[in-house]
Design a binder for this molecule. Structure first.
Ligand code: ADP
Ligand code: MG
Length: 702
């Protein structure tokens, strides 16, 4: 089967099966779009009931053409579509767009038709886009094989959409403001060609500078992450994603499971693969234009040129909010600006060229700051005041932007009617224009985030020497007995096999035995109720810490055995765990929740019994590198406490990072582990070894 989508993007000839003479029908609209779009290749309308359609000779079927159409667009009713596939096979067509709806999306009957369609396509080595899609548009080939609207102008944005209707709206908006595209692909039901095929094709397409898209679902999670990460290295991917995964939905017994929402997996995947997530169509286009038309900035330092104070301050606030920095102009730049600008002008960033500025002041200021080595990007603001020459200024900005190819120049000409001509000049001239300074700064932030992601260190996952066999035995035994939960003792054996330290202790079934264990461990000790049916021991009064004498141990034993069966009459209570008491250090949680599509999501956060209340946690896709483990720690507020607050000593951050990496190795090597927590993981000052005080592991057949 041909892998490339070239026949969809640059076909030498196109046949429309189901071309119609009736305006208002899709079969008419498609042919009309292809003709109006100015397509230069051969066009073959196919319809047995017509001699000609839209002034073109019409063929009874594909065979009647006598040549092989490189691309076939199908609009006939669903039940006829697999028949058309067979014809395609017979004439040798390898690329088919099925516009027709009435497949998988309508239920079982439709699913059956879609299966037949796919089987016929596979048998013929044919690639299919759709069914239930809007089609494909390629401005560079003047190909509008869709019924989505007029062919947009050529540009650097490659767009993929899982919703045809949304694509039509996007197109209308883009056409109104002159935004250009390399390709637009509506993937519909994704029977054959999926999001990954299109993203890969756009990734390799020299006309596409930025990939943007709207997705509702992602098929193969692992392949998606790998491929998206590879492409992000070359060009940015901007996605709108609706709906989460069902990872967090299943009844979770671990803290990690209950804290991982449906969105968590996508957040992790996007972060890992460098995908820039957009919350709305408008932000997506704001970002896409900046990426498509401007170079990437070398750093975060922004210079602002304005003809009014207010917008300059708004921009400055936004720069701070978005984590960018305000460029400090060099003495040389300041001197040059003062030499030519009026005395009342502000020659420091934000540079105020004053309300009566004509285009010459803007041009001079822009040229000067672009030359300043301390400036990474420039934002030009304009408000239409009495004297303002918007169009001339826009022309000057376009000129300067063309002259400087290394630093991004963005504009926000504010207002509406008075700036409309200027806005058009900016857009046509390749200067991204934004309705507000905040929107422009948002786009600058997206550029900077991408630059930072691309410069991240190479991913190297460290492998620790571990005892895999031991873990395998414990897990196998549980799965054979159909046990889902691995209890505390065996969870700890698993952790020890992966290099974790756990507190010493054993289970007592009588007060005398408890005292015996305590004397051996040495006081103080901790006692915990021992039952496979009690997941959160503290909740039922099943944890006592700091027991300092034989008498306290005996009393604690009796009390637990008396009270807990009353609270939990159904629980099978096997005894009490007497454990060495760990002192000092801070409690954190390390955990993992496996997403059915994307695999293990690692979690780190503030530990102890308040984890669900404070929700100060971070997630990342396993396997983790040392750098990613560190990032996970740093993206929580807990991190500040761990590094030491108000004279308190900090904890061993490297040891914590190692704990996360070891856990990541464990869950990567054992896909049977569905979720797990180490809570608390007790970490002490630098040089000490953290202790996995409590752990819980759930397993399932892989
Ligand atoms: P659960 O989470 O089931 O309630 P834990 O074993 O995590 O039970 O114990 C609850 C809390 O008791 C821990 O968060 C920790 O603060 C404390 N604790 C438990 N075991 C020890 C120990 N061996 N040393 C010190 N503190 C402990
Ligand atoms: Mg616990």
């Amino acid at each position: 089967m041909p892998k490339s989508l070239q026949s969809f993007f640059k076909p030498e000839s196109v046949a429309i099966v189901g071309a119609s003479r009736e305006p208002g029908k899709v079969g008419y609209a498609i042919l009309d779009s292809i003709i109006k779009g100015g397509y230069g290749g051969e066009i073959f309308p196919v319809n047995p009931k017509a001699e000609e359609v839209l002034g073109r000779r019409c063929y009874a079927d594909l065979k009647a053409i006598g040549k092989t159409p490189e691309l076939v667009v199908v609009v006939v009713p669903a039940r006829f579509v697999s028949g058309v596939m067979e014809q395609c096979k017979a004439v040798g067509t390898r690329a088919v767009i099925v516009i027709t709806a009435g497949f998988k999306e309508i239920g079982d009957d439709g699913q059956k038709l879609e299966d037949e369609l796919l089987a016929a396509a596979r048998a013929g080595g044919i690639r299919v886009i759709g069914p239930n899609c809007l089609g494909v548009m390629v401005p560079g080939s003047r190909l509008n094989a869709s019924f989505g609207g007029d062919l947009p102008v050529k540009g650097g944005i490659g767009y993929i959409s899982q919703s045809g209707a949304l694509l039509a709206a996007i197109l209308d908006m883009a056409n109104a403001s002159g935004i250009g595209f390399s390709k637009l692909v509506s993937i519909g039901n994704k029977a054959d060609v999926g999001e990954l095929d299109v993203i890969s094709a756009l990734g390799d397409d020299p006309d596409t500078r930025v990939i943007a898209g709207y997705l509702e679902s992602i098929g193969d999670g692992n392949a998606f992450v790998r491929e998206a990460e590879r492409i992000s290295q070359k060009k940015p991917i901007l996605l709108m994603k609706s709906g989460g995964t069902d990872a967090g939905a299943a009844a979770a017994s671990s803290h990690t499971g209950s804290l991982a929402g449906g969105e968590t997996a996508y957040e992790c995947v996007f972060e890992r693969a460098g995908i820039i997530r957009c919350d709305s169509i408008s932000t997506q286009f704001e970002y896409a234009q900046a990426f498509a038309e401007q170079p990437l900035p070398a750093g975060p330092r922004v210079a602002v040129i304005t003809n009014a104070g207010g917008p300059g301050i708004m921009a400055a606030d936004a720069v701070e909010r978005e984590g960018l920095s305000f460029a400090q102009l060099s003495a040389d730049t300041v001197a040059r600006l003062s030499s030519k600008l009026p005395a009342a002008a502000n020659v420091h960033n934000p540079i105020d060229v004053l309300g009566d500025a004509m285009s010459d002041r803007y041009e001079f200021a822009l040229e000067t700051v672009l030359a300043d080595p301390g400036v990474d990007s420039v934002l030009v603001l304009l408000t239409p005041q009495a004297m303002t020459a918007g169009s001339e200024t826009a022309e000057a900005v376009v000129r300067m932007n063309a002259a400087s190819s290394e630093k991004p120049v963005l504009a926000s000409f504010m207002g509406s009617a008075k700036v409309s001509r200027a806005v058009r000049i900016l857009r046509d001239g390749g200067v991204p224009q934004y309705a507000s300074p905040e929107a422009a700064v948002g786009a600058l932030r997206a550029l900077n985030d991408y630059v930072r992601w691309r410069a991240r260190p190479r991913r190297v996952v460290k492998l620790y020497p571990v005892n895999r066999r031991k873990v395998e035995r414990i897990i196998d035994r549980h799965l054979r007995r159909e046990l889902r939960e691995i209890g505390e003792t065996e969870s700890k054996e698993i952790l020890e096999a992966y290099g974790f330290v756990t507190p010493k202790g054993s289970v007592a079934t009588s007060p005398e035995q408890a005292v015996g264990i305590a004397e051996q461990l040495g006081y103080p000790v901790v006692m915990k109720i021992w039952s496979p049916d009690i997941i959160h021991k503290s909740d039922v009064g099943g944890v006592r810490v700091g027991l300092g004498s034989s008498r306290e141990v005996r009393d604690a034993f009796d009390l637990m055995m008396y009270r807990i069966p009353k609270k939990k009459p159904d629980a099978d209570i096997l005894g009490v765990l007497v454990q060495e008491m760990c002192t000092g250090g801070q409690e954190v949680i390390l955990g993992m929740n496996r997403d059915p599509r994307f695999g293990p999501l690692m979690m780190f956060g503030m530990g102890g019994i308040l984890v669900e209340v404070l929700k100060d946690v971070s997630f990342y896709l396993a396997p983790l590198t040392a750098d990613e483990a560190k990032q996970m720690l740093m993206s929580t507020r807990t991190y500040q406490m761990l590094t030491g607050v108000r004279g308190q000593e900090g904890v061993d951050i490297d040891a914590l990072g190692e704990g996360l990496q070891r856990l990541s190795q464990l869950v990567t090597e054992f896909p049977q582990i569905k979720e797990m927590d180490i809570n608390p993981y007790l970490v002490g000052p630098a040089g000490t070894t953290p202790v996995a005080v409590d752990a819980r592991i759930s397993v399932e057949k892989d």
